[in-house]
Write a protein that binds this ligand. Structure first.
Ligand SMILES: [Zn+2]
Length: 317
């Protein structure tokens, strides 16, 4: 494994570690450091566990100091390496949404559904073997619960919309949310003088546009100064970005409904979604070539179209 691991340090003892998935700065894991304890928020895949520990130790902290491992939801780019990481952290509890816990204790169903989305070859390459988290180390976190990392308080709210097994984590000290996928995706290579560029992310099987918009609005009620996105890193300018997210969710739903019934529904949704992302990026001042932009957005166009189509077929009952 490389010794060069991107680890971006923000105010308040928060560090975004590149989890090493797919391409640089695609998915983050976070350390939240206090004098007496450390929390890990998002764990990436099995290989990310080594990266997290390497960065932790490079900061002079010991694995025994990690008191909490938290995943915002159990999609595998966020939680696939949970069992592996827990093996390395003797004193950590594993905090997870009530709907996600059983999938971490027995990851077999999670594995089957991820294989259906990604295909066997990509799954094996990205995730290898999923290791269960021992049940006695799992702490189920309900809406409104809080916990203390050292003397620092974290609060949890239920945030359905991207997935029903999703919560977001409020850090009062920095007035910031660890947003998982609820506040969308903002890749750092698309930053311009206008700030970050953001768009919503959906996947099969639980995209729920009204719930997602309600979750975004709920996070904004706290007047956050920081959003710590899994994809990727800290963004500020939260008011503008929340409006972009709300209109982006409306667009995805409208796009799906407009093409529902098309003979070539999948390809129509994908090509229009790609055009929309590229034209929005252009308006935002992004200057890299269309080819490069298509490459950056390709995986998200695929996942978003699958999320939209699943919602069209199953989610509107
Ligand atoms: Zn997700």
């Amino acid at each position: 494994m490389t010794d060069c691991i991107t680890a971006l340090e923000y105010e308040g003892g928060i560090i975004a570690i590149d989890s090493g998935q797919v391409r640089p700065q695609m998915a983050a894991c976070y350390l939240l450091e206090t004098d007496s304890a450390v929390a890990v928020i998002e764990v990436g895949n099995n290989e990310s566990a080594d990266r997290i520990i390497k960065v932790l130790q490079s900061r002079g902290r010991d694995v025994a100091e990690v008191s909490h491992v938290i995943v915002t939801h159990v999609h595998l780019d966020h939680a696939g390496g949970a069992g592996k990481l827990m093996q390395e952290l003797p004193n950590a509890s594993f905090l997870v949404h009530p709907r996600g816990a059983r999938h971490m204790i027995d990851p077999s169903r999670l594995e089957a559904s991820a294989r259906a989305v990604y295909g066997d070859e990509t799954f094996d390459e990205m995730h290898g073997t999923l290791i269960p988290v021992p049940e006695d180390r799992v702490v189920i976190v309900d809406e409104g619960d809080s916990t203390e990392v050292g003397k620092r308080r974290l609060e949890f709210i239920d945030t359905p919309g991207h997935a029903r097994h999703h919560f977001c984590v409020w850090d009062e000290q920095t007035r910031g949310w660890f947003t998982g996928d609820t506040f969308g995706i903002s890749y750092r290579e698309l930053d311009t003088a206008g700030g970050p560029f953001i768009f919503p992310t959906t996947t099969p099987i639980q995209f729920d546009p009204p719930a997602l918009k309600a979750s975004i609005r709920r996070m904004m009620e706290s007047k956050p100064e920081n959003m710590y996105l899994t994809h990727f890193g800290r963004v500020r300018d939260t008011e503008r970005l929340s409006l972009d997210m709300l209109s982006g969710v409306d667009y995805l739903a409208e796009l799906g409904e407009r093409h529902d019934g098309d003979e070539n529904r999948t390809s129509n949704i994908q090509s229009e979604l790609m055009d929309w992302l590229i034209s929005r990026a252009r308006t935002h001042g992004v200057t890299c070539s269309d080819d490069d932009l298509s490459e950056v957005f390709a995986g998200d166009v695929l996942l978003n179209s699958q999320g939209i189509e699943f919602w069209l077929d199953h989610g509107r009952d």
